[in-house]
Design a protein around this ligand. Sequence first.
Ligand code: 5GP
Ligand code: ZN
Length: 113
Amino acid sequence: MSDCVFCKIAAGEIPSKKVYEDDQVLAFYDLDPQAPVHILIIPKEHIGSVAEITVENSAVVAHIFEVAAKLAKVNGLEDGFRVVANTGKDGGQTVPHLHFHLLGGRSMKWPPG
Ligand code: 5GP
Ligand code: ZN
């Protein structure tokens, strides 16, 4: 998607602070961190949101969760963390490219606002 911010970050056209990259996924620090550790993990392929995950494209989602587990370990989140995928208007999604927030380093509240 030519006008998608996260496609541009995945293509290196917009700079980001990368924490992990392979052929399928990219992880980088959120511009506006909501926790001491706040990393975004995205598929390089454009998928609009969780609502667009299908049997054809879902393998990358499993891979994203493997990466999340590794990044949680590397960042010392032994006491726990949260993985969030805001989806659509009611979900509070602001960037229409599938992404998972990895949040940790503080105690999280429930239910979310
Ligand atoms: P959403 O609101 O869609 O769940 O999450 C989008 C996230 O992307 C927000 O937390 C926002 O701070 C982050 N974000 C938006 N634009 C950029 C950007 O250009 N670079 C980085 N690193 N983060 C961004
Ligand atoms: Zn995109």
